[in-house]
Design a protein around this ligand. Structure first.
Ligand code: FE2
Ligand code: FE2
Length: 191
């Protein structure tokens, strides 16, 4: 079995264990987000000549702690990195590949405070993640599932996240151009 197939199985197994501490939407996230990001990453890797295996692996492992804990927990990112390292090792990924994924792609995929990934694999991941947010019903789903939040809170959340997805996380100008219409549609709908 190839390394990436082994990793795919390990990630699937972890989500399927249904850890009681995880958020309710973890099942939705795995099927409708993680696998979408992995597909996007593969397409982008082919298009921009980047390692498909590393790009898919980074996508499968981004925010992997969602499988075992709630997103809001302060150590969510730290645990994500820890699990990612373990699973990459178990799937026999090379040290160099592990370093790119664990030291750059995973920690910087969110492009928070304008800090962006430096490696191509990292750029593929942040772009693939943003496209998964923009081109699926991610925003619709998140807003519909925030009943306990005020309209103002939702508006603020989208106003912060949406431009970050579009301007910071999409690392390729031509991809940003292709996504512009959908971005403007979502922006008009929620802000
Ligand atoms: Fe994330
Ligand atoms: Fe994501």
């Amino acid at each position: 079995m190839a390394n990436i197939e082994r990793l795919e199985q390990l990630v699937k197994d972890l989500y399927c264990k249904k850890n009681p501490n995880r958020d309710e939407w973890a099942d939705w996230l795995y099927k409708k987000h993680v696998l979408v990001v992995a597909n996007n990453a593969e397409q982008l890797a082919k298009r921009f000549n980047v390692s498909i295996e590393q790009s898919r692996a980074a996508a499968l492992l981004h925010d992997i702690a969602d499988a075992v804990m709630a997103r809001e927990k302060p150590n969510h990112e730290e645990i994500s990195i820890k699990i990612a390292k373990e699973l990459l090792g178990e799937a026999y990924f090379e040290e160099d590949a592990i370093r790119v994924i664990v030291d750059d792609a995973l920690p910087f995929h969110g492009c928070h405070d304008g800090v962006k990934p430096k490696t191509l694999v990292g750029k593929i991941l942040s772009t693939a993640d943003a496209l998964a947010h923009l081109n699926t019903d991610f925003y619709e789903f998140a807003v519909a599932n925030s009943q306990d939040r005020s309209d103002d809170w939702v508006k603020q959340w989208v106003t912060k996240k949406l431009p970050r997805d579009f301007y910071d996380k999409i690392a390729f100008d031509e991809v940003r151009e292709e996504t512009k219409e959908r971005y403007e549609e979502l922006l008009a709908k929620y802000t």
